[in-house]
Design a protein around this ligand. Structure first.
Ligand code: FAD
Ligand code: NAP
Length: 337
C-alpha cells in the first residue's frame, strides 16, 4: 500500500469539490485494508473509506487517511440451471459489473444500470432505481469490523435494508465492506412499470425486451435526464423522496392538485422531492458555482469552483424553503464529511 500526503480529492468525488486529504492510499486487496487500519491505529488517525466518490459532499479538507477501494474481481461462487450467486470485490465499478452479469446471461441488475460508484458502496444506501433495489437480488456480503479487525458475513436480513438505507449507514465508520454477493436469475423477470421504461421500449419497437434491452433503454433515459459528472459536478439526487403520512398528503393535494405522490404498502405516501423543489421555483437556480440542475431539480450541481460548504448552504436553504411551503422535511442523501 502506497501512502501519499496532501492529495487533492477533486478527481475522487463526482461533485468535483477541491479539498485535500491529509493522507491518501488505494486498497487493492484485504491486506492493503488491514495495513491502512494498522497505520491509522498506530498514528491515531481517522480512516475514511471511499469508492467512486459519487455519493459524497466534502465540506472541508479531510484530516484522515482516505482509503479508496480499488480491489477487483468478479466470480461465480455457485450456480445451477436457474440462478447463480455472483461475488464481486468492493472496488469493482458498479455499471461495468452490471454489464458483465448481463453478458453472462444473469438477470436482476438491469434496472440499476449506469449508477456510478462501486460494488462495495452499493449496500450502504441499498442503491435503487426504476423500481429495483439491490436488496431484491442481494445474497450476502463480507464486512470487516474496523474496531476489532474481525470478518463477518451479513445475510440479507442482517443488512436491515430500507429505502436508500441500511445498517451500514447507521453504524457509520464501523463496517468496511470487502465483497458482495448477489443472487441472479437465468430467467428474466423484468420490471418495466416504473417511469418511462416501457414507453421507451415501445418507442424503439421492442415488444419482448431482453434484460439487455432494458439496460440499454435505462442507460438512454438516464443519459438524457441526468448530468454526467465528468461534465458537470454532481452526486445524483441530493435529497431522498420524503415519506409522509397519508393524511398530510391528502391535505397537500387540496392545495396542490398536481402533487406527485406514491402510496406505500405501510400506508405512508412517498412524495417526489423533485416536484416539491421545482414547485418552489428552485429548478435551474444558480448562486455562484453552486446550483440546481436545469432539467432535474433533485440534483445539485457544481459549475466549477463551488465549495462543499456553498453546496451545503444551498441545500439547507432549499430544505428550509420546502418546510415553510409544504411542511415537509427533505433529508439529504449524500454522505457529508
Ligand atoms: P462513495 O461516494 O465513495 O461513498 C459513499 C459512502 O459509502 C461513504 O460514506 C463511504 O465512506 C462509504 N463506502 C464506500 N465504499 C465503502 C466500502 N467498501 N465499505 C464501507 N463503506 C464504504 N444512487 C442510487 O441509489 N440510485 C441511483 O439511481 C443513483 N444515480 C446516481 C446518478 C449520478 C449521476 C450520481 C453522481 C450518483 C447517483 N447515485 C445513485 C448515488 C451513488 O452513485 C450511489 O450511492 C453509489 O452507490 C455510491 O458509490 P461510490 O462508490 O461512489 O460511494
Ligand atoms: P422519475 O422517473 O422522474 O420519477 C420521479 C420520482 O417519482 C422518482 O424519484 C421515483 O422515486 C418516483 N416514482 C416514479 N415512478 C414511480 C412508481 N411507479 N412508483 C413509485 N415511485 C415512483 O425519476 P428520476 O429522477 O428520473 O429517476 C429515475 C430513477 O432513478 C428513480 O428510481 C430514482 O430514484 C433513480 N435515481 C436515483 C438517483 C440517486 O442519486 N439516488 C439519481 C438519479 C436517478 P424513487 O426515487 O423512490 O425511485
Amino acid at each position: 500500500m502506497q501512502l501519499q500526503s496532501a492529495v487533492s480529492l477533486k478527481p475522487f468525488n463526482t461533485f468535483g469539490v477541491d479539498v485535500q486529504a491529509q493522507l491518501f492510499a488505494e486498497a487493492h486487496n484485504d491486506d492493503d485494508v488491514r495495513a491502512a487500519l494498522a497505520y491509522c491505529a498506530e498514528h491515531s488517525l481517522p480512516l475514511m473509506v471511499i469508492g467512486g466518490g459519487s455519493n459524497l459532499l466534502l465540506t472541508g479538507d479531510v484530516k484522515a487517511l482516505v482509503l479508496r477501494m480499488a480491489s477487483r474481481g468478479i466470480r461465480i461462487v455457485r450456480e445451477d440451471c436457474l440462478e447463480a450467486i455472483v461475488e464481486a470485490e468492493a472496488g469493482e465499478p458498479w455499471h461495468p459489473f452490471v454489464q458483465t452479469c448481463l453478458e453472462l446471461g444473469l438477470c436482476g441488475l438491469e434496472n440499476l444500470s449506469l449508477i456510478p460508484g462501486t460494488v462495495g458502496a452499493a449496500p450502504m444506501q441499498n442503491i435503487g432505481a426504476y423500481g429495483v433495489e439491490i436488496k431484491d437480488v442481494f445474497h450476502s456480503l463480507t464486512g470487516l469490523d474496523r474496531q476489532t479487525g474481525e470478518l463477518r458475513e451479513f445475510s440479507l436480513e442482517e443488512c436491515a435494508f430500507g429505502y436508500r438505507d441500511s445498517l451500514f449507514k447507521h453504524e457509520t465508520g464501523r463496517w468496511l465492506i470487502l465483497r458482495v454477493r448477489f443472487v441472479l436469475s437465468r430467467v428474466a423477470r423484468l420490471h418495466l412499470d416504473y417511469g418511462p421504461v416501457r414507453q421507451r421500449l415501445d418507442a424503439l419497437g421492442i415488444q419482448q425486451p431482453t434484460p439487455l434491452d432494458v439496460s440499454k433503454a435505462i442507460c438512454a433515459i438516464r443519459s438524457e435526464k441526468l448530468p454526467d459528472p465528468a461534465e458537470l459536478g454532481n452526486a445524483g439526487s441530493f435529497f431522498k423522496n420524503p415519506l409522509i403520512p397519508a393524511e398530510l398528503a391528502a391535505r397537500l393535494k387540496v392545495s396542490y392538485p398536481g402533487l406527485v405522490g406514491y402510496p406505500q404498502a405501510d400506508g405512508q405516501v412517498k412524495l417526489a422531492a423533485g416536484w416539491l423543489i421545482e414547485q418552489a421555483g428552485w429548478k435551474g437556480y444558480r448562486e455562484g458555482d453552486a446550483g440546481v440542475h436545469r432539467l432535474q431539480s433533485l440534483v445539485l450541481v457544481n459549475y466549477g469552483r463551488a465549495t462543499g460548504a456553498e453546496l451545503l448552504a444551498l441545500a439547507q436553504r432549499i430544505q428550509a424553503d420546502i418546510v415553510e411551503r409544504f411542511g415537509v422535511t427533505l433529508e439529504m442523501e449524500p454522505n457529508l464529511y
